[in-house]
Design a binder for this molecule. Structure first.
Ligand code: SAH
Length: 189
């Protein structure tokens, strides 16, 4: 809750949405994308079980809002966005707000971000048919992965915990996210 009080959401939405910046709802951010509902960000972050020392991978930077929340809670955030314009806009925002522990990469996040792996926690803000194998592989033993998986029109939010034997899966409820478009997600239409 302290992180949500600290991060100014009005800095992450386009001018036409500023009046709704503190509504608990998703908002359009351009390029056909939306920034997630704060409540959904809160569930995701809570289920990552963060202590503060972690390096976290986020797939789907979008506006950068969820990355900024994560940046308040952990040492380092690595975030990957496939739309170049959103990635550069988010990077400029982090610089302007002095959020120096967030690193943005323009790439297909369905393949994760191998150079900084493994991660103690990974979250995904776009939905794939099933958990991308690269994300499972880049999760540290003991780490948590929270992501939506399922059909294009509805998904289940999943929490996967990596153990030395495999992955434990918990279903967190029905959600709706934009598609994860990429090699281990949906094809571009
Ligand atoms: N966390 C963001 C939510 C943005 S919506 C926020 O707080 O604003 C999801 C984002 O995932 C979109 O910006 C979309 O472009 C991005 N995305 C979709 N497929 C992706 C992929 N394969 N790799 C990286 N980003 C992807």
């Amino acid at each position: 809750l302290e992180a949500f009080r600290t991060v100014p959401r009005h800095e992450f939405v386009p001018p036409e949405s500023i009046v709704r910046a503190y509504d608990d709802s998703p908002l359009p951010i351009g390029d056909g994308q939306t920034t997630s509902q704060p409540y959904v960000v809160a569930i995701t972050v809570a289920k990552l079980g963060l202590q503060g020392h972690e390096r976290v991978l986020e797939i789907g930077t979008g506006s950068g809002y969820a990355a900024a929340i994560l940046g308040e809670l952990v040492c380092e955030v690595v975030t990957v966005e496939r739309i170049e314009h959103l990635a550069t806009t988010a990077a400029a925002r982090f610089a302007r707000l002095g959020l120096t522990n967030i690193h943005v990469h323009h790439a297909d996040g369905s393949l994760g971000w191998a150079p900084a792996a493994p991660y103690e926690a990974i979250c995904v803000a776009a939905a794939a048919p099933k958990p991308p194998p690269a994300l499972l592989a880049q999760l540290a033993i003991g780490g948590r992965l929270v992501l939506p998986a399922g059909a294009l029109d509805q998904q289940t939010l999943l929490q996967l915990t990596r153990t030395d034997q495999g992955y434990l899966e918990h279903e967190l409820g029905a959600v709706y996210f934009v598609p994860l478009v990429g090699e281990a997600g949906w094809p571009e239409t």
